[in-house]
Design a protein around this ligand. Structure first.
Ligand code: AMP
Length: 213
């Protein structure tokens, strides 16, 4: 599991040993060790840097809610964010997953990126009325009011993923739905656990989270 301080690679940087030195740099005498040090100091992002890239927006979408906006994080550190999620499962656990199920809509962004990285399928958990029939559905309570999630039937071993866990109502409803739709749920993951629920789990599956508050 990725912990605070874990080093994550930054996009778009080449390992110094692989690049041909430019004519201007040849013979300058910069040691390979120093080049590697400079490369490493530029290419790592720590978990605390990922957390700092999340914007806190008070009173959104309603008064009293502190919204954790992952937009700047996706803009600046998408690779590292996906890698932090990847690290939540062991290699053996990844081998035992057939597809990721993402919860609409930020769960789609994270789940789809992780699916491609791991060469897995992707399954949509959508809000009511978005998927063509036949679908199975589940109703659940929100902080104010209620909602319905829908899914198409299928088979296989799933990792269920969303961006944020707050009360856990959405995750529980989506997990129930995966089971109702015929899937075998193997793991639950979020990018951010707000820790409103001290130790969230569904059945015997613990929640895995990259960032905690
Ligand atoms: P909950 O069902 O209470 O666990 O809420 C989780 C869902 O609501 C997730 O899909 C989140 O995208 C969204 N959500 C809830 N609280 C927040 C928050 N403080 N900041 C950002 N998203 C949130």
């Amino acid at each position: 599991m990725a912990e605070k301080g874990t080093l994550l690679p930054q996009r778009g940087l080449a390992w110094p040993g692989l690049a041909r030195p430019s004519p201007a740099r040849r013979g300058v005498g910069l040691s390979r060790e120093r080049a590697i040090f400079e490369f490493l100091s530029k290419c790592v992002v720590t978990m605390s840097e990922l957390k700092q890239a999340i914007a806190d927006v008070p009173d959104f979408p309603r008064p009293g809610i502190l919204f954790r906006d992952i937009s700047p994080l996706l803009r600046d550190h998408f690779d590292a964010t996906v890698q932090a999620l990847d690290a939540l499962l062991t290699q053996q656990e990844w081998r035992d997953i057939d597809a990721l199920a993402g919860i609409e809509s930020r769960g789609f962004i994270l789940g789809a990126a992780l699916s491609i990285r791991r060469n897995k399928g992707f399954v949509l958990v959508r809000k009511q009325g978005k998927l063509p029939p036949p679908v199975v559905d589940v109703a659940y309570d929100l902080e104010y009011g209620s909602g319905v999630l829908e899914m198409q039937r299928g088979q296989g071993r799933l990792l269920l993923i969303d961006d944020v866990l707050a009360t856990g109502g959405t995750m529980t409803a989506a997990a129930d739905l995966c089971e109702r739709a015929g899937y075998d749920l193997r793991a639950l993951a979020v990018l951010i656990d707000l820790k409103l629920v001290p130790t969230y789990s569904w059945r015997n599956l613990p929640l895995r989270a990259a960032i905690h508050y």
